[in-house]
Design a protein around this ligand. Structure first.
Ligand code: GUN
Length: 316
């Protein structure tokens, strides 16, 4: 699959096309969404329509775009979708009260408060207020503990879960591989490390978590068989970070100014795609890599929440 020799008619010699595979997040996410659609239909037939509430505080443009995509996915799958848009000046107590009422809303199985929230909001308190059984983001301490304990009943954050699914669907072996994760966030880096080191088919890796204080980051990254970039800095990872033949998962979605683009910006990842794709065996593009997977795994977590909350009569 990686060597695809073609005849160069000009030179009259054989050469290899770039030995690189694109990891297509759109195709894999479509498969995940298809699986979810079947499960939603089954639940609806039994009288349970899964429900997801997405809460946005403020008017961050990128967050608005994300929640629109989440709403669209819900509509396509037949998931009941509630969007709560609160003004930027919303007080912490008001937000917690809104979450408390979603916690007791029987039609809502999943609650997601879009991050980042405005500076005056204590995100830790927000996360602890969400009922762990509805915490489809997997950020509540109870779900964090379940991930660490490898308890399959917990919720796993959607982005790392999506990255793991991409690796699995492309047959990329993590067992015994050295996985280097760049970034130590609660949303991606830490849960990604837990998933990769967990026992089993899609784990069993040796994991290094690198971050802004890591000494000689390029050398650490060059020791990776699988490099997962979640730094939030446009095109930060270059060819000097890549071992020949590594697999690269780019979690970054950064807007960079581009006067020529229709919207005045374009999306780039945390990886310099052109430079890195010269050296790696497989890579996720941006857009069309990890991004669509995050939304698909959110739908999957919402279906799981519905099944778990509403009992075995609801599709298990
Ligand atoms: N902001 C960026 N990614 C995420 C996510 O996975 N969940 C939430 N709630 N906010 C985010």
């Amino acid at each position: 699959m990686f060597s695809n020799p073609v005849l160069d008619p000009g030179a009259g010699v054989w050469f290899s096309m770039r030995p690189m595979q694109l990891i297509d997040g759109k195709a894999v996410s479509a498969r995940v969404l298809e699986e979810c659609k079947g499960q939603v239909d089954e639940l609806v037939n039994k009288g349970c329509r899964p429900g997801l509430a997405v809460v946005l505080v403020g008017d961050d443009a990128a967050s608005r775009a994300y929640i629109r995509s989440k709403e669209r996915a819900c509509n396509e799958l037949g998931i009941h979708s509630v969007k709560l848009e609160l003004p930027v000046e919303t007080a912490q107590e008001e937000l917690l009260a809104a979450i408390a009422s979603l916690n007791v809303d029987a039609d809502i199985d999943g609650i997601l408060v879009q991050s980042p929230t405005p500076g005056h909001i204590d995100e830790g308190a927000v996360v602890r207020t969400i009922d762990p059984a509805k915490d489809v983001d997997g950020f509540h301490p109870e779900n964090v503990a379940k991930l660490v304990l490898e308890d399959p009943g917990g919720f796993i954050p959607c982005t790392p879960l999506g990255c793991q699914r991409l690796l699995g669907d492309y047959g990329i072996n993590t067992k015994g591989a050295h996985v280097v994760i760049v970034g130590r966030s609660m949303i991606v880096g830490k849960p990604m490390a837990m998933l990769m080191m967990a026992k089993g088919m899609l784990g069993d890796a040796t994991v290094t978590v690198a971050h802004s204080r890591t000494v000689d980051l390029p050398a650490v990254c060059r020791s990776a068989d699988i490099l997962i970039a979640a730094v939030g800095r446009p095109e930060f990872i270059g060819s000097e970070h890549i071992k020949e033949g590594a697999v690269v998962i780019d979690v970054g979605i950064n807007r960079v100014k581009d006067e020529g683009a229709k919207r005045g910006y374009r999306l780039v990842g945390d990886v310099n795609f052109d430079a890195v794709s010269e050296r790696c065996k497989a890579i996720t593009p941006v857009p069309g890599g990890v991004g669509p997977m995050t939304i698909a795994m959110l739908m999957s977590n919402t279906v799981k929440a519905c099944r778990q909350r509403r009992g075995s009569g609801a599709g298990d």
